[in-house]
Design a protein around this ligand. Structure first.
Ligand code: PLP
Length: 372
């Protein structure tokens, strides 16, 4: 039949058949085709190639979640006796993995405040196998000046991993800064519709092969239907992110003008401590922001509960605006002292701005502010 599908088919096959044994042996020995879907799957390969192309790397490895991408990539790239130097301000699950789990395997891990360049340099001088970065940070949207850190890590022969989830590939291009492995929780902006749990590691072929070998055994592979939805999401990534950037800027400017708000954390505002770094390092300021209400915990809760259009939910990056109070969920595990150190107050609200009409979002925030 003439004519080919415009959209890649979803290949649900768990296994693949061969014309003869030589063909099968070639696939097993050289990864020259498909053998079993925990190894490779055509729809997943399509999604991996699509993100690799967007980020400007040779290859991608797809996973069943962002955490599967992070844990598998790190395990593949660090050996016993190795040393991981990471930012303190990283995703909670990543922090737990690096600092509670990895040391069990004889791997040393050290956390450094993301703006303490001198301490980073000193720790890297002591030895480093992996530099683990994440920018912008959650939930304060700090932007880390990554170039000097990456240069120093490479001078020591270390591999640099950057979690670029918050920025999305549209607002930040880690390839420009010589990042070796870029991580995305595709659950967020890449999927974009709050309907998949997925992750990717993108990098050049040698590293991708190393990570793939671990995925094959750890088994945290992306499933074909999720890959299909990730492909669908990535097709509208650019237009969604442009709208989210624009909406977030409008919402941030509105919030900044409100008396009941102490501070707005959005890298696009000139008042943000990292505004200059963000201008240099990012192509857009993103759809994430947070703000501190001039209120106590209960009043903040009342504000959250008064929101109508903006939904009370964890997660981020989709078409629907979501808000949460970090201390009740994403940062609930932190002790009050650690929270204070991290600058996360009981009146902090995190907002993932969607693609709705910005005026409707502002009206919703306005009416909720009126309730406290
Ligand atoms: C959500 C998130 C993760 C984890 O991704 P999952 O898909 O939930 O496993 C990692 N890093 C960042 C920055 C995230 O926002």
């Amino acid at each position: 039949m003439k004519g080919k599908p415009v959209i890649p088919p979803v290949v649900f096959s768990a296994t693949y058949r061969f014309e003869d044994s030589d063909e099968l042996i070639d696939v097993v020995q050289h990864r020259s085709g498909y053998l079993y879907s925990r190894w490779d799957n055509p729809t997943v390969r399509e999604a991996e190639a699509m993100l690799a192309q967007i980020e400007g790397y040779e290859a991608g490895v797809g996973f069943g979640s962002g955490m599967a991408a992070i844990t598998t990539a790190v395990m593949a790239l660090v050996q016993k006796g190795g040393r991981v130097v990471a930012q303190t301000e990283i995703y909670g699950g990543t922090f737990q993995f690096l600092f509670d789990f990895l040391p069990k395997f004889g791997i040393e891990t050290v956390a450094v405040n993301c703006h303490d360049k001198n301490r980073f340099m000193a720790e890297m001088e002591k030895g480093i196998s992996v530099l683990y970065l994440e920018t912008p940070t959650n939930p304060l949207l700090r932007v880390v000046d990554i170039v000097p850190l990456i240069e120093a890590a490479h001078a020591k022969g270390a591999v640099v991993i950057l979690d670029s989830t918050f920025a999305s590939p549209v607002n930040q291009h880690p390839k420009d800064f010589d990042v070796d492995v870029v991580i995305h929780s595709a659950t967020k902006y890449l999927g974009g519709h709050h309907d998949i749990t997925a992750g990717f590691a993108v990098c050049d072929t040698d590293l991708a092969t190393a990570i793939w070998k671990y995925r094959k055994i750890f088994g945290g592979v992306m499933d074909p239907m999720t890959a299909f939805l990730a492909i669908r999401g990535m097709q509208t990534l650019d237009i969604r992110i442009r709208q989210q950037n624009e909406n977030a800027m409008k919402v941030a400017q509105f919030l900044q003008s409100e008396k009941k708000i102490r501070v707005v954390n959005y890298p696009g505002l000139p008042s943000h401590p990292d505004h200059e770094i963000a201008r240099k390092q990012m192509r857009g300021f993103g759809g994430m922001l947070s703000f501190d209400l001039d209120a106590d915990f209960d009043a903040t809760k009342k504000f959250m509960d008064s929101l109508k259009k903006i939904k009370l939910a964890t997660s981020l990056g989709g078409v629907t605006s979501l808000a949460n109070q970090p201390i009740t969920n994403t940062h609930a595990a932190l002790s009050p002292e650690d929270r204070a150190k991290a600058g996360i107050s009981e009146s902090l609200v995190r907002l993932s701005v969607g693609i709705e009409d910005a005026n409707e979002l502002i009206e919703d925030l306005k009416q909720a502010l009126g309730k406290i």
